[in-house]
Design a protein around this ligand. Structure first.
Ligand code: ARG
Length: 458
């Protein structure tokens, strides 16, 4: 018999049970469901809605059920539909009528809204810890590469010299914003919905604030209709995760390029690369490619969730059960990607020589040559034109700007002097860009210190 079977004269068809049931994927909420029920039962006892003895018995039995689930002694039942009714059914099978009192003043609608919030709060904490672990690793790499000159790119064309530390710190800024977005999302998620009932609250005099404080929520929800039909927090989390995956994916794209023979800026550790079944020489960046590939699923989940919600009248509709597989998959994907990505980055070898060699080609100091002439009184547009001519001359003659003799330089402008060579050296190009946020080692070090302070990195 179904827990809600009273008004029915027939059992549900097996097809309906299979189709309707969410236990296959929502069983992972068991711990949060039980914790929520314990807080609810305690509150029912304190408020005199059930007796203290009944409350104690329910709480004790729920604890036992929790440990039985954890020890693998319990098999869930499709017919009991979802995790909420499975646990209630087990409770009733163990303590009979007293168990039947647990659901007083509660609906599965506010129950599921509670469980998913509790579950996601924990997941946000664990993803934040993974992101701060990644940031710690990146900071260590940046500290070792403050003077490692590499080409900076626009349009994937060599543009201006930067340092590897500066490039890495760009990602640190992105991951730090991802971290903040998760903290922000947590704030809006941290509101306790029990007491909203099915949609219209309840006539029992429940102590909502007690339940909120038992469960560690910062506030209680303000509107019973909203509390059971809002899934913004899931959308918001999935968007934050989609953005974080986009950052990981861009980084992976660079790793894939950098470990190609053409760049050879880094070498991945054997432990984080794979071979080819046919080509014996191959060492492939599969981990980075998979992360780039998995990003699509997390975007797709966001689109599913937005679409599930877009046409739903208030309040609860069963469509909303579809939120779970999507957000669970996004959470699982991000949690699978972050640790392996972090280790892959931590163990890679940085080829400083290759980065420097690449920075020496491609006229990365052309802007600095133009700026040199500006400082000698040539208007920027003219100096840009003159420098363009010099670059064309270099290409034609197979030379770098630094290789040009003073005589050659003088044929383009009489403003050139011996100090030009220092002005266009890669070291000067980088270290004169010392505004806050620039690539000069002092500026990068200042932002390393800020991040170390924020994330408590030693
Ligand atoms: N398993 C359901 C879900 O995930 C729980 C809420 C069911 N409520 C209902 N009125 N059918 O959404």
């Amino acid at each position: 018999m179904k827990l809600w079977g009273g008004r029915f004269s027939k059992n549900t068809d097996q097809l309906t049970d299979d189709f309707n049931s969410s236990i296959r994927f929502d069983s992972r909420l068991y711990r949060h469901d039980i914790k929520g029920s314990i807080a609810h039962a305690k509150m029912l006892g304190r408020c005199g809605i059930i007796t203290p003895e009944e409350s104690d018995l329910i709480c004790r039995t729920l604890e036992e059920i929790l440990s039985d689930i954890e020890n693998g002694h319990i098999e869930f039942d499709i017919e009991a539909e979802d995790i909420h009714m499975n646990i209630e059914k087990i409770l009733i099978s163990r303590i009979g009528d007293t168990g039947k009192k647990l659901h007083t003043g509660r609906s599965r609608n506010d129950q599921v809204a509670l469980d998913i919030r509790m579950y996601l709060k924990d997941e946000i904490d664990s993803i934040k810890a993974m992101i701060s672990g990644l940031i710690t690793v990146l900071i260590k790499i940046a500290e070792k590469n403050l003077d490692t000159i590499m080409p900076g790119y626009t349009h994937l064309q060599r543009a201006q010299p930067v340092t590897f530390a500066h490039h890495i710190m760009a990602y640190v800024q992105m991951f730090s914003r991802d971290y903040d977005r998760l903290s922000d999302c947590f704030k809006r998620l941290d509101s306790m919905p029990l007491g909203s009932g099915a949609l219209a609250g309840t006539t029992y005099n429940l102590d909502r604030s007690f339940v909120a404080s038992e469960l560690g929520f910062g506030s209680i929800t303000e509107n019973s209709i909203d509390a059971v039909s809002d899934r913004d927090f899931i959308l918001e989390l999935n968007s934050a995760l989609a953005i974080a995956m986009m950052h990981l994916s861009r980084f992976c794209e660079e790793i894939i390029l950098w470990c190609s023979h053409e760049f050879s800026f880094i070498e991945l550790d054997d432990a984080y690369s794979t071979g080819s079944s046919i080509m014996p020489q191959k060492k492939n960046p599969d981990v980075a490619e998979l992360i780039r590939g998995k990003t699509g699923k997390v975007y797709g989940n966001l689109m599913s969730l937005l679409t599930v919600m877009k046409g739903l009248p208030l309040a609860y509709n069963k469509d909303m059960q579809e939120d779970k597989e999507a957000i669970f998959d996004s959470v699982d994907t991000v949690k699978a990607c972050l640790p392996v990505f972090t280790r892959m980055i931590e163990t890679m070898t940085v080829r400083k020589d290759r980065m420097l060699a690449a920075a020496k080609g491609g006229f990365l100091n052309a802007t600095d040559l133009a700026d040199y002439l500006v400082k000698k009184g040539v208007p920027f547009r003219d100096s840009h034109y003159i420098t363009g001519k010099i670059v064309a001359y270099c290409i034609e003659n197979g030379k770098n700007i630094d290789d040009l003799s003073m005589n050659e330089l003088k044929t383009f402008s009489d403003r050139f002097d011996e100090d030009v060579y220092k002005a266009v050296s890669l070291e000067t190009c980088v270290n004169e860009r010392k505004l806050p946020g620039g690539p000069a080692s002092g500026s990068v070090y200042a932002s390393i210190l800020k991040i170390k302070d924020m994330y408590n990195i030693k």
